[in-house]
Design a protein around this ligand. Structure first.
Ligand SMILES: [Zn+2]
Length: 174
């Protein structure tokens, strides 16, 4: 099955960063107007993710796939997106995209990042990835625990959604 691709409205930059980390091709630009989001969604077969009910309805009326993200909690948001589109709720940096620019990451050797990351980071870490588009370097840093915790909660919520305990299926139609 082909991986879903997304376009995220200007209010949901953090959702875009999560989807990219999870490995999904996700467009996000604060300057995108509604018409541009609808245009790109149609042209590139992308699922729209929005907090704007008006935009959501316009998308649905045009026959586009759209998710109305009405909740605030990130774990709930990710669970809901997974419930409706089947995205993975695990991060594998070999598949991740750059949260900043959506470029693909590639694993690089430790030698390649010497002098390009802080000395302490270089000394403490062995696995590094580089964005093939903007050149930013990534490693599994101190914030990783928080990321894993959010994903663990998201997977828990997803299970409840699948059991039908929360959220009606008609909400945020796709
Ligand atoms: Zn990048």
């Amino acid at each position: 099955m082909e991986e879903p691709r997304f376009i995220v409205d200007s209010m949901l930059g953090n959702v875009a960063r999560w989807l990219r980390m999870l490995g999904y091709d996700t467009l996000y630009n604060r300057a995108y107007k509604d018409w541009k989001i609808l245009y790109l969604a149609e042209k590139e077969s992308r699922i729209i993710i929005t907090r704007d009910r008006g935009l959501h309805h316009r998308a649905i009326n045009r026959g586009l796939r759209s998710l109305y993200l009405y909740m605030d909690d990130m774990a709930e948001r990710l669970a809901f997106i997974a419930y409706r589109t089947g995205i993975r709720l695990h991060i594998d940096l070999d598949r991740s995209r750059c949260p900043v620019c959506n470029g693909e990451l590639r694993k690089v050797s430790r030698a390649e990042v010497k002098g390009r990351v802080p000395k302490k980071v270089y000394e403490l870490h062995y696995d590094f990835w580089e964005c093939t588009k903007c050149g930013k370097i990534y490693w599994v840093g101190g914030h990783w625990k928080g990321i894993e915790e959010t994903l663990r909660r998201a997977r828990e919520i997803l299970e409840k959604m699948k059991e039908g305990n929360i959220y009606s299926i008609t909400e945020g139609g796709i």
